[in-house]
Design a protein around this ligand. Structure first.
Ligand code: SAH
Ligand code: AVI
Length: 338
């Protein structure tokens, strides 16, 4: 089966931005693979970010309310461990709802730097936070946190850098990519810095599968949204309703997988680049992984990235956890000093 064909070279349209080039390259790479896939960061255009916010309100999606409850219970302790004057850098900040629980308790933070690829939700939440905390310098960065990005310099010098990475967004990365991302985070915070990372924990697969396949179909709409994003950005003619949302727990890999399954044989065209994509009946496009952890697996992942676990906060039912970690050399020095 020839899944992807190109009839001619790229047309002489107006030049694309570097982001649009990257998007095109990622989409082509994913759809050319024998097992088709798409990077999950492309879920989050404005509509996708709003759908994610709706997911967070669903009964089935226990992750957000559990993490919020852990924050409500332990944010005082976390803020005390992070200390005064820190520069808080949030990866994948989204709506910034959880951030407020931390900002309410942090002592005189030097500045808050939300980093997100979703420009609309970044601007919206940065504005809301700036209004809520008039004394706080808010310096939003619209960037892919897996790549290099310039960290803005706050007006006030920071006592230490802290990366806040809630939501179990780390679970959306393969173990290798997660290690690379955490290593980058360890470098960014440097000696004296810290990372506060949310991780969703392994549990009954039925609970996990319900969380990613809700009765109202919001997660299905979120999943299909990536096809709307591709249609709009590349002029493709995906018919999102002709692909079915499928989410299941892959126990051997400890991850939820989300796929879009072709309901029938269909051809998708991207005329601007002369591309045809053939989809067989029941052929899937893998759109997202969401890895689930144990305390041991999360600690191991952090250790492999040079981060040592300093504190672990979970809920009573052990559904979700927040890991506070510090670059290892620093953790060793703190132990020697103690
Ligand atoms: N932290 C929030 C939102 C989680 S949703 C919460 O816990 O509820 C994941 C967020 O990460 C989205 O806002 C999405 O736009 C952003 N995101 C995903 N991949 C990204 C990447 N590679 N670089 C920057 N932001 C990314
Ligand atoms: C952002 N991320 C941690 C969510 C998750 O649970 O993996 C994205 C999501 N996908 C489906 N529902 C929510």
């Amino acid at each position: 089966m020839k899944a992807v064909t190109e009839s001619h070279a790229v047309s002489a349209a107006r030049p694309r931005s570097p982001e649009a080039e990257q998007f095109l390259a990622d989409v082509l790479r994913g759809l050319r693979r024998p097992a088709k896939e798409l990077p999950c960061k492309y879920f989050y255009d404005e509509a996708g970010s709003r759908l994610f916010e709706q997911i967070c309100e669903l009964d089935e999606y226990y992750l957000t309310r559990t993490e919020l409850a852990i924050m409500r219970e332990h944010a005082d302790e976390m803020a005390a461990l992070l200390g005064p004057g820190c520069l808080l850098v949030e990866y994948g900040s989204g709506s910034g709802v959880k951030t407020r629980l931390l900002l309410d308790r942090l002592e005189r933070p030097a500045a808050y730097v939300p980093v997100d690829v979703s420009r609309e939700s970044l601007v919206r939440s940065a504005r809301q936070l700036a209004l809520r905390y008039p004394g706080l310098e808010v310096l939003p960065v619209c960037a892919d946190f897996t790549g290099d990005f310039e960290l803005p310099t706050p007006g006030r010098p920071a006592a230490r850098r802290v990366v806040y990475f809630p939501g179990s967004t780390i679970g959306n990365f393969s173990p290798r990519a997660a290690r690379r991302l955490l290593r980058g985070m360890a470098r960014l915070v440097g000696p004296g810095g810290a990372a506060l990372v949310g991780v969703d924990l392994k549990k009954d697969p039925r609970v996990l599968e319900r969380a990613y396949d809700d009765a109202a179909g919001v997660t299905a709409a979120f999943n299909r949204n990536v096809l709307h994003v591709i249609n709009r950005a590349l002029g493709a003619d995906f018919r999102p309703e002709a692909l079915r949302h499928h989410a299941f727990y892959n126990a051997s890999e400890a991850r939820i997988e989300m796929h879009l399954v072709s309901e029938r044989r269909q051809t998708v065209r991207i005329p601007s680049i002369g591309l045809r994509i053939e989809l067989e009946p029941a052929e899937t496009i893998w759109t997202e992984s969401s890895y689930k952890f144990t305390r041991a697996s999360a600690t191991g992942m952090l250790a492999e990235a040079g981060l040592r676990l300093e504190a672990w906060h979970s809920d009573r039912e052990r559904r979700f956890a927040l890991a506070l970690a510090a670059p290892r050399a620093q953790a060793a020095a703190a132990r020697r000093a103690a």
